[in-house]
Design a protein around this ligand. Structure first.
Ligand SMILES: *Cc1c(COP(=O)(O)O)cnc(C)c1O
Length: 364
C-alpha cells in the first residue's frame, strides 16, 4: 500500500457538510408498544394477505422491475383523483423524492426553505445536497406566521419550499389560504407534503392545475405500507419529465410495485383503517387532555404532540414501562418538553396512557 493512500481518512476526503451531519437515528423497538414512527397498527384482512402471498410467489424477481411502473402508477392515479393532464413520479419512500428535488435545483447558493419545527429531512437533505437551508419559525401555536413567511420567501428567493400539510411533528394543518399566498409569491417550486393525507381534512391535489409552481408529494408509509417504501410526487409533466432523469431507473422494486398495486385496489380497506385511527385520535386526545400537567396540541394527523414538564424523564419512564414514543425535547427550542405519540390501537392507547400516568405519579 502506498503511503499516499494510507493517509486517506474520512475526515480529509469527505465533504464537510457530510461530516457535519448526524445520521437519522432509529431506536431499537423489539417487544415494545411501538408508537414512535406513525405506523398503521392494523394488519390486512386474511383474504387480502393470501392474495398478496400468491402474487409474491409468482413474481418474476429474477427480472428488473417495470421501470415505468405502469400498473402501479395507474392504480395511484385512480385512488388520488389526479386532475387531467397531471403526472406522477415514484420514489422509494417520499424521502427519496425530497432528495431528488434537492439534487435537481442545487445550483450554487440555491435555497431550500421550510418552516420550523417541521420534518427534519428537509434540512438534512438540503445540507447534503449542498443547498442553503432556511427554516422560518412557526407562530407560537404552530400555525404559519404568514407575514414572516412571505418576507422570508421574498428575501431568500428559494428554489424549493417544503410545507408539510398536516405538519410533522406539530400535527396541525396550516391555513390553505396562507399556503396559496406563499405559492403565488414563491419564485421556485412549492412542494406540499401530504404524508398524512389519509388523516387530514383536505388536499392540494385538486389545485395542481391552478398553480404552475405547485407539486404535491405523498407517501403510503403512514397508511399501512411503511415497509414497502413508496412515495410519489404529483404535478405537471413539464416538471416531472425533468425530474425523471434523476430518478434511478429501478428505484421501486418488483415486490413493492406488485403489493402496492394490489393494496390500492383495496384502498377502501386502508381508508377504513385510517378512519379507526382518526376515531382513536379523538379518544386519545381527550385522555391526554384529562391528565393534569399535560398540554395537548390539536392534530389532523395520526399522531399527537403534547408538552409535559420533565419530558425527557417521562420519555425514559415510558420506555422502562415498554412504551416507545418520540422525544422531541432538546431538538428544537420551540419543542422544549414536547413528546409525540403515534395513534395506535385502543389497546395500545390504554397501555400508553397507563404508563404515562404511572410515570408522572412516580416523578411527582
Ligand atoms: C413520514 C414523513 C415522510 C416520509 O415518508 P417516507 O415515504 O416513509 O419516506 C415525508 N414527509 C413527512 C412530513 C413525514 O412525516
Amino acid at each position: 500500500m502506498s503511503s499516499v493512500s494510507s493517509a486517506v481518512t474520512p475526515e480529509n476526503l469527505l465533504r464537510p457538510e457530510v461530516l457535519a451531519l448526524h445520521a437519522y437515528h432509529v431506536p431499537p423497538a423489539a417487544g415494545m408498544v411501538k408508537l414512535d414512527a406513525m405506523e398503521n397498527p392494523y394488519l390486512l384482512p386474511q383474504a387480502l394477505r393470501d392474495d398478496i402471498a400468491r402474487l409474491v410467489a409468482d413474481a418474476e424477481i429474477n427480472r428488473y422491475p417495470d421501470a415505468g411502473a405502469h400498473q402501479l402508477k395507474a392504480a395511484i392515479g385512480r385512488v388520488t383523483n389526479l386532475p387531467a393532464g397531471m403526472d406522477i413520479l415514484l420514489g422509494n419512500g417520499s424521502d427519496e423524492i425530497i432528495q431528488l428535488l434537492a439534487l435537481a435545483v442545487a445550483k450554487p447558493g440555491a435555497v431550500l426553505l421550510s418552516v420550523e419545527p417541521s420534518f427534519v429531512m428537509y434540512r438534512m437533505i438540503a445540507r447534503f445536497a449542498g443547498m442553503k437551508y432556511v427554516g422560518v419559525p412557526l407562530a407560537e401555536d404552530f400555525s404559519l406566521d404568514l407575514k414572516t413567511m412571505l418576507e422570508a420567501v421574498k428575501r431568500e428567493q428559494p428554489a424549493l419550499v417544503f410545507l408539510a400539510y398536516p405538519n410533522n411533528p406539530t400535527g396541525n394543518q396550516f391555513d390553505a389560504e396562507a399556503i396559496k399566498q406563499i405559492i403565488q409569491v414563491a419564485p421556485g417550486l412549492v412542494v406540499v407534503d401530504e404524508a398524512y393525507y389519509a388523516f387530514a381534512r383536505d388536499s392540494f391535489i385538486p389545485l395542481l392545475g391552478q398553480y404552475p409552481n405547485l407539486l404535491v408529494m405523498r407517501t403510503f408509509s403512514k397508511l399501512g405500507m411503511a415497509g414497502l417504501r413508496l412515495g410519489f410526487l404529483a404535478g405537471a409533466p413539464a416538471w416531472l419529465g425533468q425530474l425523471e432523469k434523476l430518478r434511478l431507473p429501478y428505484n421501486v422494486g418488483v415486490l413493492p410495485q406488485l403489493v402496492a398495486a394490489k393494496l390500492l385496489e383495496h384502498h377502501d380497506v386502508l381508508l377504513a383503517q385510517a378512519e379507526r385511527i382518526k376515531q382513536e385520535r379523538t379518544v386519545l386526545l381527550a385522555a391526554l387532555a384529562s391528565i393534569g400537567g399535560v398540554h395537548v396540541y390539536p392534530s389532523d394527523a395520526n399522531f399527537i404532540l403534547f408538552r409535559v414538564a420533565r419530558a425527557t424523564q417521562i420519555f425514559e419512564g415510558l420506555k422502562q414501562r415498554g412504551v416507545l414514543i418520540k422525544n422531541l425535547d432538546g431538538g428544537h427550542p420551540a419543542l422544549a418538553d414536547c413528546l409525540r405519540v403515534t395513534v395506535g390501537t385502543p389497546d395500545e392507547s390504554r397501555k400508553f396512557v397507563a404508563a404515562l400516568q404511572d410515570t408522572i405519579n412516580q416523578l411527582a
